[in-house]
Design a protein around this ligand. Structure first.
Ligand code: F6P
Length: 343
């Protein structure tokens, strides 16, 4: 009987999840493995339900946003006997191994299962890009691209009206999305949780640009910047504040109001929210997820468990100028995987 692998997606969805599954399925086909879809993250495994999926089911989904496997924020560590239930369900379902695709919460559960001796492989995912161990998490660059285009649109209308435009982007406690999207869109100021931007500096930037006759100031603020008290709000099962459900004032609105009061310049607030998450993956995320999925199933086939497949590449370093005239071609390791998808 073919070895059977389970795959699940946990936490917030992001662009590229379907392409990971596609990569896993193509690899499974190559290696003669069976893949079971566990729907809605850990909830599906706690329920012990799964269905057989094949490459043909996901073949056309390389560019599809969201996740056909569905997802949830269910945390087995918060359920009585959650890990034990999962362990016994994996046995009942005859799963030789589980591929868990998710962020720190999902991978944290995966690590606990691995400690118990279960065969688990992680694939890091989150638009927030806040995961150690991988240079980038897939979904991030797509979210950045989407945010960049939307911020550019806000600049256009801001210039037309001579307004200050304050844009809030997701990222939970991290400022990666705001920093990258803000930079890419040429924002005039970016506020991130990791490094404080005093509000008087924000006002100074707005006033200076106004004095210089520059119209359409754009300020990008990460949702994680702590400006307004969120005490007493609900938390999800992993202990995170349910930001989207928080009643009251968004960072963008709070800052926009403050700027208008201090400068007298008309200011508008926009919260991009889930729009940057639900979109179709960009080229980078499509390729990396294809590779990650294939590599995850390769590790499973070769019996390497308790690992996570990760994107690792150089940051910015200084190299001899002569390196600039050397060519770099597609490597065979990459090609050997990608070519499996061409008919
Ligand atoms: O972790 C991904 C993320 O999109 C965060 O940027 C955001 O804070 C959170 O999820 C939103 O969660 P939900 O989709 O549950 O509202």
């Amino acid at each position: 009987m073919a070895l059977r692998i389970g795959i699940l997606n946990g936490g917030g969805d992001c662009a590229g999840l379907n392409a990971v599954t596609r990569g896993v399925l193509r690899g499974a086909e190559e290696y003669g493995l069976e893949v079971m879809a566990i729907k809605s993250g850990w909830a599906g495994l706690l329920d012990g339900e799964a269905e057989r999926i094949r490459y043909s089911d996901f073949e056309a989904l390389v560019g599809a946003g969201g996740t056909a496997l569905l997802t949830s924020r269910t945390n087995p560590l918060k359920r009585k006997d959650g890990l034990r239930t999962i362990s016994s369900n994996m046995k009942k379902m005859e799963l030789h191994c589980l591929i868990a695709v998710g962020g720190d919460d999902t991978l944290g559960v995966a690590a606990e299962l691995s400690k118990l001796g279960l065969n688990v492989i992680g694939v890091p995912k989150t638009i927030d890009n806040d995961l150690a161990g991988t240079d980038y998490s897939f979904g991030f660059f797509t979210a950045v691209d989407e945010a960049m285009h939307l911020i550019e649109s806000l600049r256009t209308t801001g210039v037309s009206h001579g307004r200050v435009m304050v844009v809030e982007v997701m990222g939970r406690d991290a400022g990666w999305i705001s920093a990258y999207a803000g930079t890419a869109a040429g924002a005039n100021l970016v506020m991130v949780p990791e490094f404080e931007t005093p509000l008087d500096k924000v006002v100074d930037v707005v006033k200076k640009r106004h004095r210089e006759g520059k119209r359409g100031t754009v300020i990008v603020v990460a949702e994680g910047v702590r400006l307004v008290s969120r005490e007493g709000t609900d938390r999800d099962e992993f202990g995170h504040e349910l930001i989207a459900k928080t009643e009251g004032v968004s960072n963008a609105s709070a800052i926009a109001k403050y700027i208008e009061e201090k400068t007298g310049i008309e200011t508008r607030a926009t919260v991009l929210g889930h729009v940057i998450r639900g979109t179709s993956p960009n080229a980078y995320d499509r390729v990396m997820t294809t590779m990650l999925g294939f590599r995850a199933v390769t590790a499973a086939k070769e019996g390497r468990f308790g690992i996570m497949v990760a994107i690792r590449g150089p940051g910015i370093v200084e190299v001899p100028l002569s390196e600039g005239s050397k060519k770099k071609y597609l490597d065979s390791e990459t090609w050997n995987i990608l070519s499996k998808f061409f008919v």
